[in-house]
Design a protein around this ligand. Structure first.
Ligand SMILES: O=P(O)(O)O[C@@H]1C[C@H](O)[C@@H](CO)O1
Ligand SMILES: Nc1nc2[nH]cnc2c(=O)[nH]1
Length: 212
């Protein structure tokens, strides 16, 4: 997909995730998601690429969930397990690839949290998210991943840390969308290289071939 639909644009989560079900019907087996997010983990720097290890579905906690309503059994079960949402083997492979590509000084792993947006966080919100165990925060991805897991797709995700989220009332810098776009452009080639290399190697995992 070139871009995606967002909840904050006014789309229902059913519409936001509709392309994932189309992928499933087309025979897609693995979903690779990328996004931009704000860094909450104090160790993260702007420009870091975070391999998404897990997520927190904050809109889901409040009933904004793409699987609410009658369950479509053709796609998956009523109560899907999400404890292994982001495929372990693909994450391990991505870490190995980042070492080979010499990217280790800007590749991290962490927990992504979705909020609906469109505003960036208040400082109190950011502090709360950090206490909850979120390493980064963004406005997308989680609904698509949830629907992908529901219908049995394997998922891998990368989140580009485009800014630091303000956690301190004395911090003068203000988060803005222009910065998000600028950092995304700066890291685009690295992200493409990681994804391309991962795709080239991922099928070896299915065939049980040692990728080292
Ligand atoms: O679509 P993603 O989640 O990558 O985009 C993020 C969320 C907003 O659309 C935008 C905020 O600057 O970046
Ligand atoms: N919610 C949220 N989304 C983002 N997308 C890119 N940066 C941010 C951020 O700081 N907060």
């Amino acid at each position: 997909m070139q871009g995606r639909f967002h909840l904050y644009e006014g789309y229902s989560l059913c519409k936001v995730t509709f392309p994932v079900r189309i992928f499933k019907l087309l025979g897609v087996e693995t979903l690779i998601v990328t996004n931009a997010s704000g860094g909450l983990c104090p160790d993260f720097k702007v420009g870091d690429i975070m391999l998404i290890k897990d997520h927190i579905n904050l809109p889901g906690f409040a009933g904004q969930h793409p699987l609410c309503g009658p369950n479509d059994e053709r796609f998956g079960i009523r109560f899907p397990c999400m404890s292994d949402a982001y495929n372990k083997d693909l994450r391990k492979l991505a870490l190995e690839i980042s070492q080979e590509l010499n990217y280790t000084n800007f590749v991290r792993e962490g927990v992504y949290c979705m909020v609906s947006g469109p505003n960036f966080e208040t400082i109190a919100e950011a502090r709360m998210l950090q206490i909850l165990g979120c390493d980064s925060v963004g406005m997308s991805t989680v609904p698509e991943v949830t629907v992908a897991k529901h219908c049995g797709l394997r998922v891998f995700g990368l989140s580009l840390i485009t800014n630091k989220v303000s956690l301190d009332y004395s911090r003068e810098e203000k988060v803005n969308h222009e910065e998000v776009l600028e950092i995304s452009k700066m890291r685009a080639e690295h992200l493409q290289m990681m994804v391309n290399t991962l795709i080239a190697r991922a099928h070896l995992l299915d065939e049980g071939i040692n990728v080292n």
